[in-house]
Design a protein around this ligand. Structure first.
Ligand code: DGL
Length: 287
């Protein structure tokens, strides 16, 4: 029993979920795969995302993960049901736009949802939306190019595209604020978008709630691990941090440019040791 958790996304966005997972399961081991060589998912066909998800799943299984977190709204919508059917014994945890948590915040009952085009068009999202439309009005905004701009910012530190796209998309959604008829809550329905929190905050002001679901996904993962009796608690006793026999608690792989993932992880994962064993490595997928 190793308590090893696999986490993947089309790129660096899933690091926002990994942050929460590491906080919830501080002694667990993680493998993170950024499929940057085949991104963005959000503007590709379901067939592409399904095929990539299957390939990544095989990579994860070859490394003997005991749970898989699909840290990507787009891949969850396109592939989670099939993957769960194909691998019924593996706990597979997905991410969906945090519409339900947003209901708890919203006073005006007007909620904005930023997500990829594929997520918003998916049957899974449509079913979620239909179950909640009696409780609030949801303003949906596909954000073409935003995940990609966030990816690029990890190598260039240039955030001008992110700022421009955030301005364009929030403007398209209408008026934000806490007055009646205004959007008072914004769902960040793509795991890349929490990394645009700063420009969004600047555009929308402090009163608008930004909602994402990293902590909820992390709690769900802990629950699933416990149910499957490979909980971190059992494994923590074996893997004390600092023990010389311990492998890296986090292995980072990218099917694209590993340095980009490395930069993003260094910037966004709190307390990531600056040791060589935490360097991202290139992953060549054969399928
Ligand atoms: N981070 C992903 C999501 O949550 C997708 C970004 C992309 O590749 O388009 O939807």
């Amino acid at each position: 029993m190793t308590g090893l958790v696999g986490v993947f996304d089309s790129g660096i966005g899933g690091l926002s979920i990994l942050q929460a997972l590491r906080a919830e399961l501080p002694q667990s081991r993680f493998i993170y795969i950024a499929d940057s060589g085949h991104a963005p998912y959000g503007e590709r066909s379901d067939a592409h995302v399904m095929a990539r998800s299957r390939t990544i799943m095989c990579e994860m299984l070859s490394r003997q993960v005991q749970a898989l977190v699909i840290a990507c709204n787009t891949a969850t919508a396109a592939a989670i049901e099939q993957l769960r059917a194909d691998y019924p014994d593996l706990p597979i945890i997905g991410v969906e736009p945090a519409l339900k948590p947003a209901l708890a915040f919203s006073q005006t009952r007007r909620i904005g949802v930023m997500a990829t085009r594929s997520t918003l068009a998916s049957a899974k999202f449509k079913a979620l939306l239909a179950s909640l439309t009696s409780q609030a009005e949801f303003v949906l905004q596909p954000c073409d190019g935003l995940a990609d701009a966030i990816e690029r910012s990890a190598s260039s530190n240039d955030t001008s595209d992110i700022n421009a796209l955030c301005a364009k998309y929030t403007q398209a959604m209408g008026s934000f604020g806490t007055q009646s008829g205004q959007i008072d809550t914004l769902v960040l329905g793509c795991t890349h978008y929490p990394f645009a929190t700063e420009p969004l905050r600047e555009l929308l002001g402090p009163q608008v709630q930004l909602v994402s679901n990293g902590p909820a996904v992390a709690r769900q993962t802990r629950l699933k691990l416990t149910e499957n009796s490979c909980a971190a608690t059992a494994h923590d006793k074996v893997l004390g941090a600092g023990s010389p026999a311990v492998e890296a608690l986090l292995n980072l792989f990218s099917t694209g440019e590993p340095q980009l993932l490395q930069n993003a992880a260094q910037r966004w994962l709190l307390r990531l040791p600056a040791e060589p064993r935490y360097r991202a490595t290139q992953l060549a997928t054969t399928r």
